[in-house]
Design a protein around this ligand. Sequence first.
Ligand code: F6P
Length: 320
Amino acid sequence: MQKIAILCSGGDVSGMNAALKRFVEYTQAKGFMPYFIYDGFEGLIDNKIVRAKYSDVAGIITRGGTVIRSSRSERFMEKSYRLRAIDNLHSHDISSVIVLGGDGSFKGMQKLIQESNICFSGIPATIDNDIAGTEYCLGVDTALNIIKNAIDAVRDTASSFSRAFVIETMGRECGYLALVSALTGGVEMCLIPEIPYNLDNYKKRFMKEMKEGRSYFIAVVSEALKKSDMILEWFEKEIGMESRKVVLGHTQRGGNPTVNDRLMAYRFVTSAIDGLIAGERSSVVCYNDGGFSHKDIGEIAFEKYTICTDLLKLGMEYEK
Ligand code: F6P
């Protein structure tokens, strides 16, 4: 019986557990033997490879994080450790590995498959939504809902005082989380790396709105800019409003996965396994225009993700 393994790599996301559940169910339904690789690439190097059973995944669909844990592995970047990982896979007779992770993890796997006969399927899973070739990465919807709840809660307190709040969101170098959160949270300012901004324009707008009766502001600032403290000071000095900063940090990575992420987990995993069965060797499952496709890792690993134009246009309206 053919053996397929799965691992989680890089930042965890809500929805990974749903993906693991589907992995165990669907591999078995297709006549394969499922394996878990614990602790991401670190566990692959250290041979933490264990036969997965249905009892491992029963009841985990509601939980954020990943029951098989994740890691950011420096060692996997070194060939000697990758060769050890390949030996470990061979010793278990595993021919295919599914990786839930971001493009850094996929690049690592790309090297491994060039050095072996292992087949690989990548499932985009990062709250940053920054993988080229796919519109959606697992976990984004849950992260956006966490941020939405935080913004709504901050609005309650902001509107009870005359205060400005600077809310810093994750996203690494990508402003997607910040932009979508700003739009759906109805905030007054949105700063992301993809859109140039002019604080004088914001000042003109805010001063006018204050004259008309506005008493508080909420700004969403992407962590990529590293400017949250500067914007806080700007509100204090230039706008003349007492200010507070809220760094949402790792709260954005946890929590009960949304319906959308549970469903996307099922769909991504099903497509990954179907792809491996159909002979895909080195592909990433991509979601675009409502459907799934397999793109070769070489095609997307070194491309840069760009936020779609209509969203960027909406983001450009903030400053006006
Ligand atoms: O890539 C996901 C992410 O949560 C980024 O948004 C963030 O910059 C980074 O990981 C944080 O990494 P760590 O969990 O290693 O602190």
